[in-house]
Design a binder for this molecule. Sequence first.
Ligand code: IMP
Length: 182
Amino acid sequence: MKVRFVTSNEHKFQEVKRMLSRVAEVIWVNIEYPEVQAASLEEVATFSARWLEDKVERPFFLEDSGLFIEALNGFPGPFSSYVFRTIGNEGILKLMQGVSHRRATFKSVIALMDRELHLFVGSSPGEIAEEIRGGGWGFDPIFIPDGSNGLTFGELGERKDEFSHRGRSVRELLNYLVRRNS
Ligand code: IMP
């Protein structure tokens, strides 16, 4: 089956494509769409999917993600993309300087527009690193998921999928697609 993934982020596209390749051909729709400033990723993803519903052939999906840092009361959360563009990893590490409670959660919400709208959610609990480590993209070099023996997403390479928020939301989507087509 074919399913369209609407994103302007090639890193996200590559991650999702490799995880879904067993069950679906993922077609990249590289267009921008408006993201409302809302309190939850679910609201942001739902608004975007509704906005795209008469512009993109179904089934299609999009994904919205964010990093929620406990010591910063969940900041940057739904504002992660803006915060990454403005203060970046260095800025986050500065905000966390001298803070010993470094727990954080990466969250991913996939909104799939099939006949109806479906949401698939994945979370990855972990910690903010003390320094930038490894490659990857976005916040990858400063996020250490639980269970990775202290390695950041950036140091895990493709093993990131086992631990990541997106790995978990995509596995939910994959289960749905398998059931749908059986
Ligand atoms: P978006 O709004 O879903 O595009 O993502 C919000 C921001 O979170 C992005 O700009 C990235 O900087 C960051 N982000 C989301 N997912 C990841 C990830 O898997 N690794 C690193 N950064 C991520």
